[in-house]
Design a protein around this ligand. Structure first.
Ligand code: SF4
Length: 296
């Protein structure tokens, strides 16, 4: 897709060098495995909550084979309350495939990464760019919002479309691989720190002068309404309460122990069923419940 305004790569890279956060997975000594773990953890969880857990995981499981050797239950327990625990099982499955098929080294090539279990379009490109300095369009919510505003002059990004969004970002990336990789990180950081969803800090923005949204007079967002995220009382909340019980014990528990966490039986049973279907909980032969892989 043609762009209305080209973002100045040098300006953004200079800004990123000066203002980008010093995060452990951005340090030169971080392994590609550390980058992969960070990318899975950062999906839907804020940086501040990820950092301590990431450090714990990398100390405990410094290589894919180390994580692969742990049981699913151990991995889910270590995931703690980071949320969306299916991510832990996806990471575990990817670690096993990397250990088995790739000599315990995270692949660098997007297509090879995409062939790993549980690795999607975003994660594959993020690992190629951030761990290996490859030129790959890395598109998350922050990047979509920056491009929508700074390039297309819209108040926010519309509905996601992987193909269109990636083509949009690809058009902004310089040809040289390592500059393109740094620009991907810079765009993401700009969206996280300055061009935020509510209340962008335009006065502090390095691309203020060329921003299409500014030039267009800051038009209001006219796309589809953004869903409001809530947690209390949702199935996600109830699933979390059920998993908390199982994480807190090494023995399988009878159903009565799970029944006390939530009074609405219909919702509670639906959530327990979905945990069983997702492989996050297993039922033992005598009908009790446990984290997977620990009591077969
Ligand atoms: S000037 Fe404002 S809207 Fe434009 S990219 Fe910067 S922060 Fe975002």
């Amino acid at each position: 897709m043609p762009t209305d305004t080209a973002l100045d790569t040098d300006t953004l890279l200079t800004w990123f060098a000066e203002h980008g956060r010093d995060l452990p997975w951005r340090r030169p000594d971080c392994t590609p495995w550390g980058v992969l773990v960070s990318e899975i953890m950062l999906q839907q969880t804020p940086v501040a909550r990820v950092v301590p857990l990431w450090e714990e995981w990398l100390d405990r499981w410094p290589r894919p084979s180390a994580l692969a050797a742990a049981s699913q239950g151990e991995v889910l327990r270590a995931w703690g309350k980071l949320g969306y625990p299916r991510r832990a099982l996806r990471l575990h499955a990817a670690a096993a495939a990397i250990a088995r098929d790739h000599d315990d080294v995270v692949p660098a090539d997007v297509d090879t990464l995409l062939a790993l279990p549980g690795i999607g379009a975003y994660t594959a490109r993020a690992v190629a760019a951030f761990a290996y300095g490859r030129r790959a369009p890395v598109v998350d919510t922050n990047v979509r919002r920056v491009v929508a505003r700074a390039v297309h002059g819209a108040g926010d990004a519309g509905r996601p479309s992987t193909t269109r969004d990636m083509a949009d970002v690809e058009a902004l990336l310089p040809a040289e691989e390592s500059r393109a990789a740094r620009l991907s990180a810079a765009l993401m950081e700009l969206g996280a720190l300055v061009c935020t969803a509510r209340g962008p800090r335009c006065a502090d923005c390095p691309v203020y002068d060329s921003c299409a949204w500014q030039r267009a007079g800051r038009p209001a967002y006219e796309g589809p309404a953004k869903p409001v995220q809530r947690y209390g009382g949702t199935d996600r909340h109830v699933r979390g309460l059920l998993l908390d019980v199982l994480r807190g014990t090494s023995d399988p528990v009878p159903k009565e122990r799970l029944d006390v966490v939530w009074s609405r039986a219909g919702q509670r049973d639906r959530c327990l069923d979905s945990l069983l279907v997702d492989g996050l909980v297993e039922q033992t032969a005598d009908g009790r419940f446990a984290l997977p892989g620990e009591h077969r």
